[in-house]
Design a protein around this ligand. Structure first.
Ligand SMILES: [Zn+2]
Length: 376
């Protein structure tokens, strides 16, 4: 399977001028060489190198390696269709192989120009960088019509390789709904809640009975045992539900070729959207467990999991991006005060989580700006 990855370059105006001059010289040279190849009816690299290498270097100012690339480029083009002379636009893409370029860390790339090597800033996520540098082949330097510079690389993945994840199911973990995904599906906590309430009532009555026994100077041993069994039951029931939710989310992600984006739960207990009472009620363990289950099952099935910073995902409008406390008139409701977009609050949050993950993977900002996104 072939896959094209791209990363944007941010050259200074001087660097852009050097890149453009190099691009024009390369294509001018390629056009001239195409004429030579066509006149001789040959796509033989060795022959053309013998005949034209010196002139490519002297007349067009190409470096040794660039001249070699130019010959290869022309031979490939001519081989594709021997009936006509290949044409190269003045600003056609220029092939850059490992001798013409090298990545310098996550945000710089060294590119050879007519006037030597230049270090050009680029925007690339960690995700892309891993795939770019794993691709040992050649990149193409591209100048788009809008004046933006890009490096493109075509990666040939062996059959059966999982294509990189470009979309995610955003998952919001909440109170009323244990999990809500960005497709709008809610993994209801109703069953869990019903059991919890029933058991809570039972526990209260047992605790009362225990206190009564104590007052009468009796040891509430039996009742203690019952209480312990009860909390074990609740725990097992909750674990079961968490397994069920994790399984269903991972199956959906795998079935639709998506990854899963979760909030980084390290800060979950500190989050304002969980009121104190609810926080105490839920306990952190259930959230942590669900996240662990999702991560574990995802890994098992080759589904990517990314963690995004939970900042403002619950208060930001998934439609227009406006972030304000006032957007949340109630726990369950989202209503944007700017654009009027309404949604279930958890669905809105899940959509924000998805957007953050997608933005980081598909339209990377400068590397430092999305360090809040981690691949788990
Ligand atoms: Zn809005």
């Amino acid at each position: 399977m072939k896959l094209t990855l791209q990363t944007q370059l941010l050259p200074t105006s001087e660097q852009a001028a050097l890149l453009e001059a190099t691009m024009r010289a390369f294509n001018e040279a390629a056009n001239w060489l195409a004429g030579e190849a066509f006149a001789r009816k040959t796509a033989n690299k060795i022959l053309l190198q013998k005949l034209c290498y010196a002139e490519l270097r002297e007349r067009f100012g190409l470096s040794a390696q660039m001249a070699v690339r130019c010959i290869a480029q022309v031979c490939e083009a001519y081989k594709r269709d021997k009936s006509k002379r290949p044409q190269f636009r003045p600003l056609a893409a220029v092939p850059y192989d490992q001798r013409l370029m090298s990545f310098k860390g996550i945000d710089r790339v060294s590119l050879l120009t007519l006037s030597g090597r230049i270090l050009v800033p680029m925007v690339m996520g960690k995700y892309q960088q891993e795939r770019f540098t794993a691709a040992k082949g050649q990149c193409d330097l591209v100048l788009r019509k809008d004046g933006k510079w890009f490096l493109l690389v075509t990666v040939d993945l062996p059959d059966g390789t999982k294509p990189p994840t470009t979309d995610f199911i955003g998952v919001d973990l909440g109170v009323a709904n244990i999990a809500t995904d960005s497709d709008g599906q809610r993994y209801s906590g109703n069953a869990v809640e019903a059991v919890r309430i029933r058991q809570h009532a039972l526990r209260r009555s047992l605790q009362k009975a225990a206190a009564g026994k104590k007052r009468r100077g009796l040891r509430p041993k039996n009742i203690r045992r019952k209480l312990k069994r009860l909390s074990g039951k609740e725990r097992r029931f909750r674990a079961n539900e968490n397994h069920r939710i994790a399984k269903s989310l991972v199956a959906k992600a795998k079935g639709t070729g998506r990854g899963i984006a979760l909030e980084d739960l390290k800060g979950i207990r500190a989050r304002t959207r969980f009121r104190k009472a609810q926080r105490a009620r839920m306990g952190g363990w259930a959230f942590r467990q669900l996240r662990t289950f999702i991560e574990y099952k995802a890994r098992l099935h080759g589904v990517d999991v990314v963690l995004v910073s939970p900042a403002y995902t619950s208060q930001t409008c998934a439609a227009c991006g406006h972030a304000a406390k006032a957007n949340r008139p109630s726990q369950a409701e989202f209503r944007c005060v700017v654009c009027g977009h309404t949604d279930h609050a958890d669905v809105n949050a899940a959509r924000n989580i998805r957007s953050i993950a997608r933005a980081a993977v598909n339209r990377p900002k400068v590397s430092e700006q999305h360090q809040d996104l981690l691949f788990a």
